[in-house]
Design a protein around this ligand. Sequence first.
Ligand SMILES: Cc1cc2nc3c(=O)[nH]c(=O)nc-3n(C[C@H](O)[C@H](O)[C@H](O)COP(=O)(O)OP(=O)(O)OC[C@H]3O[C@@H](n4cnc5c(N)ncnc54)[C@H](O)[C@@H]3O)c2cc1C
Length: 481
Amino acid sequence: MTGHSVHDAVVVGAGITGLACAHALRQAGLRVQVLEREDRPGGCIETVREDGYLLECGPHTLRAANTELVGHLHDIGLGDRIRPLGPVASRRYIVRGGRLAALPSSPLGFFGAPFLSAGAKIRLLREPWIAPHEESDPSLGDFVARRFGPEVRDGPLDAFAGGIWAGDPARISARAVFPELVDGVRDHGNVLRWARARRKSRRADGTTGSGARRGDGPRKRLGIFTLEGGLATWPNRLGELLGEALHTGVEVDELRRDGDAWVVEWRGTDGASRDGGRGQTRARHLILTGGPGATARLAGDVLRPDAHDALESMRSASLAIVHLGFRISDVEPPEAFGVLVPEREGRACLGLLFVSSALPGRAPGGAVTTTTFVGGIRHPERLDASDEELVALATTEHEALLGFEAKPIFARVRRWNGAIPQYEIGHAGRVEALERQEVEEPTLHLRGRARGGVSVPDCWLRGTSCAERIVTAWSKGTVSA
Ligand SMILES: Cc1cc2nc3c(=O)[nH]c(=O)nc-3n(C[C@H](O)[C@H](O)[C@H](O)COP(=O)(O)OP(=O)(O)OC[C@H]3O[C@@H](n4cnc5c(N)ncnc54)[C@H](O)[C@@H]3O)c2cc1C
């Protein structure tokens, strides 16, 4: 890479958002450069091999709710690596009174669920007669407690919020994470009528239950899947396709405008040796894909004050991932995906994933592996523990929840600081501030996971749609996307 280069677009960050955007821009013929601080692409998607284990340090599985994502994986040559999880994906547990209870796989199953009292089940039946919320931005916890009762809020919802966002349902905005549901209840009066209306309209337009159009052949909807060799296979492939357009080991530390161009200053993260230590890239479009706090710090001088405040005020959850390996002769993990732990159980983890049951081939012969999730927005202090303490904590959780008496034969800890942004009450106002910023400065694209969903498929879509906007603007001969 030369110290000074000019491109059509420069993407800061080679997580899946940045890679997806850069890949689509390159396919459209634009000159792109991607700058990544780490020495590998992928961001939160990180797969490592160690002592015969194949370990996911971030996401373990993906949900392909649309055929486009599956089509993309085929297009980049990964079609034959896709491994759907099958029925094990729907076998999940929740902890209730210190014991595992099976989570139902359909809404009707809640009436037979062992983790709900008889009173809570009767309370479920009242949902159709409960008026919609009057507040426009209720918390997810309040929304669910109002519709389904406090036991559903404190049990399955709490566990779900911890498992998906490492978050606190008392602070998450229901509208931000389930806009269709909240608006549907407002418009139709209750969940049941909204669900019926949705089913009807989807049948009419030929989409499936999750909103995806039905596909045929290899590009059909997959549900939950992983990739042979681990999820990092995907960013690695995108990195290969980008070739010299991807520069790892460079941290962007300054941004400014110079006429029509964005000037992006960076420094090599492996010391002063690389490219003389510092470099500069100029581009017409600038795409930022870091987390909200990092983007607020990096772009503070070029953002409107309200957009800057929106990013800076967004909290993000930290997580520790503890991988354990056990001798297969010593333990018997359930033939299921995993277990989620509600806060009220007072346990030290958010949940466990039975990796060897769900994703065969991830441990060496004679061993099985599990993943324990620790921390989250309610317990950042748990990440103050040493690696040894976290391994001991995870081992204790296995003993208490699964009855494992054996000690692990393998352990590895990965920490993620501020990795999962929280879409909390007031999120809509923050999103509006970011939208105003993009209207005012259409060549600056704020594509980090501060809005639009934190899941990998959401991030991929956000990167791809950003590229589409830029290409459309380019083809019209304007820079305004
Ligand atoms: C532990 C964990 C488990 C998860 N589990 C799941 C799951 O099961 N399913 C799912 O769908 N999602 C899951 N997620 C969420 C999902 O992985 C992330 O939201 C998604 O991968 C984020 O992608 P991204 O590209 O937006 O950001 P990132 O992956 O964070 O990428 C941003 C990149 O930008 C780089 N960067 C930032 N600032 C700079 C700078 N100044 N200069 C240069 N580079 C910079 C960073 O180094 C990083 O590589 C999980 C996340 C975590 C942390």
